[in-house]
Design a protein around this ligand. Structure first.
Ligand SMILES: Nc1ncnc2c1ncn2[C@@H]1O[C@H](COP(=O)(O)OP(=O)(O)OP(=O)(O)O)[C@@H](O)[C@H]1O
Length: 300
């Protein structure tokens, strides 16, 4: 083994992106072993068992935990690494892959992503922020974006759909939900200040995009110790459809009905709304979100 050889745990979601990236996990393991690293490969029948296995592996203090999948697998990594200084590596093979986009990790080119990881393993890890989420009966963590409102409904619908594959699934889910568009009455507490807001969505963002490159919080920084809290105030369906394509470029935030706050502690309350984070279902509101500044080390 060379002096730069590392002990690496690779946690794989073979079902990411509807199983399209099934070969990515084995390719990561083979390539890293070929480079002389000592690799433990983890796959389990479901997310909960994989999280248990990853947590057990992290207790052995490996040099890195690498996740292979989409943002849900980033979420698994963030949960498994709570309280640990072990860095998180990522080879994206999911549908949205928004964390990889935010970190500058190649998306849609597995070979390039593995090369990027192999190079990052030889550098000090980058320190970024994470978020903690408190809700009735539990707590969780996230790295990308917590959303609660229209976008979460779209996410929920897109997750239930099996086709079309890729980003257009989100567009179709969006159009279906758009037909039922209703403003939500939120109570937001931002660093102790209470705001009552009628809005279509609230996104509490560490990373800038969700849904496969939709830059809902284009100015969000992964290491500024603050969340960008994006609100979209009520819009008619046509106005919403006009603004929607602008989210891919992030230019929607110039619309006066889009409001961005910055805060480190956020409470989101609204009746009958479920919070999603990193594309995973978290819990019905209310949720309390706290900044964990510098809480995550990443290989990027
Ligand atoms: N064997 C398994 N291991 C891990 N996760 C699994 C497994 N089977 C199903 N899943 C589910 O996969 C989801 C995570 O998928 P992931 O984020 O990796 O890919 P994706 O949804 O295609 O991508 P993205 O989140 O970037 O859109 C979780 O909700 C998890 O419950």
């Amino acid at each position: 083994m060379t002096s730069s050889s590392k002990r690496i745990v690779v946690a794989i979601n073979p079902t990411a992106s509807f199983g399209r990236g099934r070969e990515v996990g084995p390719a990561v393991v083979t390539t890293l072993r070929g480079l002389g690293h000592e690799v433990t490969s983890l796959t389990e029948p479901d997310f909960a068992q994989l999280l248990d296995a990853a947590r057990a592996a992290v207790r052995e203090k490996p040099d890195a935990l690498v996740v292979v999948g989409g943002d849900g697998m980033v979420n698994l990594g963030v949960l498994a690494l709570e309280g640990s200084r072990v860095p998180l590596g990522l080879v994206p093979s999911g549908t949205g892959n928004d964390m990889a986009r935010g970190l500058g990790i190649p998306v849609g080119d597995t070979e390039a992503a593995i090369e990027h990881l192999a190079a990052a393993l030889q550098r000090p890890a980058r320190v970024i922020d994470a978020g903690t989420i408190g809700f009735a009966g539990g707590r969780s963590r996230f790295a990308c974006i917590l959303s609660a409102g229209f976008d979460a409904l779209v996410n929920e619908r897109a997750n239930r759909m099996t086709r079309p594959r890729g980003r257009s699934r989100y567009t179709i889910a969006l159009l279906v939900e758009l037909a039922k568009l209703r403003p939500i009455d939120y109570t937001l507490t931002l660093d102790g200040v209470v705001h009552h807001e009628r809005a279509l969505l609230v996104a509490v963002a560490n990373n800038l995009s969700f849904g496969g490159g939709m830059k809902v919080a284009p100015d969000a920084s992964l290491d500024d110790g603050l969340f960008d809290v994006v609100l979209v105030r009520p819009l008619g369906r046509l106005a919403f459809l006009r603004i929607y394509p602008r989210v891919f470029a992030g230019t929607h935030i110039t619309d006066p009905r889009v409001v961005v706050h910055r805060a480190a502690a956020v409470r989101v309350e609204a009746a009958g709304v479920v919070a999603y984070a990193d594309g995973e279902r978290i819990a019905p509101l209310p949720v309390d979100i706290d900044m964990d500044a510098g809480g995550l080390r990443v290989l990027a």
